[in-house]
Write a protein that binds this ligand. Structure first.
Ligand SMILES: [Zn+2]
Length: 286
């Protein structure tokens, strides 16, 4: 597992920028007033640089330095996991123009971060109708899954081929909802929304923060820190399901569910070469 930190510092004239460059971080070509870095945890000064970021924030406020952490896994790590989170890296079509599909509630909470006043924004999302679009995605041999714009890559859609492969293998917990033509309301051919079976919350406290419950559904809202693997309470994960969703309010500003698959489902997707537009994150057991 490798951790990448995307770091932006503004203004770029702050003395720490030069020190970070001296520690071997290569500055990205970008706007002159902004210093941007992609830092990997293999850099021996990784933690030292993050301490400098903290110093900047204490002195200048949180807007002066922003960090975004992502985790990158090897195939061997995915292969060894009993449960994996799955999402797509390909936004295949636009469904955001049809807000009637969702019940959406937005919330803003005043927060103080370092010495800045800010707002913590989050939302409760529930899918009420089948997804609608006018322009369905184009499948290719290596691309049989996608997400839609606006769902933060959480919603999963697939082709007939992917659906048939999952059903033929006898995997459990996957159902498939039609996606409809936004003009006629008719189901579109060769396009399905993968709808894993809803389960009780089995995420375990770990590398994310849990904030107070959602005011609409009272589910826990998880915000991943990106600094370590997410964890599940294995004893609560249903043993007979290969496709599962935890309907937690999940994510920094989105109340989207969390899709989890079994190792068996992961193996099938890999063996059938259906994994090319999917991202897998191995989950640890608490
Ligand atoms: Zn909610």
């Amino acid at each position: 597992m490798k951790t990448k930190c995307s770091l932006s510092i503004c203004p770029s004239t702050l003395p720490e920028v030069k020190r970070i460059e001296e520690m071997g971080a290569k500055r990205q070509e970008s706007l002159a007033h902004l210093a941007q870095f992609d830092l990997w945890d293999q850099n021996p000064h990784f933690e030292e640089i993050l301490e400098l970021v903290e110093i900047i924030r204490q002195r200048e406020g949180h807007r002066a330095a922003s960090t975004f952490f992502t985790l990158h896994y090897t195939e061997a790590e995915c292969e060894a996991a009993q449960f994996l989170r799955v999402r797509s890296c390909y936004a295949g079509f636009d469904s955001v123009r049809y807000p009637e599909q969702y019940q959406l509630s937005h919330f803003f909470e005043k927060v103080i971060v370092y010495k800045d006043k800010g707002y913590d924004r989050y939302e409760h999302v529930e899918q009420k109708l089948d997804t609608m679009t006018e322009k369905p995605p184009k499948w290719r041999a290596a691309r049989q899954f996608c997400s839609d714009y606006g769902s933060n890559m959480v919603n999963l859609y697939c082709s007939d081929l992917a659906m048939r492969t999952i059903e033929k293998a006898g995997l459990t917990g996957a159902s498939f909802r039609p996606v409809r033509n936004a003009k006629t309301g008719e189901p579109l051919p060769d396009l399905w929304q993968l709808w894993p079976q809803e389960c009780e919350d089995f995420l375990a406290p770990g590398e994310y923060t849990m904030t107070r419950p959602c005011p609409v559904c009272e589910r826990t809202r998880y915000v991943p820190t990106g600094r370590g693997r997410m964890r599940v309470r294995a004893e609560l994960v249903p043993r007979d399901l290969d496709f599962m969703q935890v309907p937690s309010c999940y994510g920094a500003d989105s109340g989207r569910p969390f899709y989890v698959i079994s190792h068996k489902a992961y193996r099938l997707l890999k063996d059938a070469s259906l994994d090319r537009s999917l991202i897998f994150e191995p989950l640890d057991q608490a």
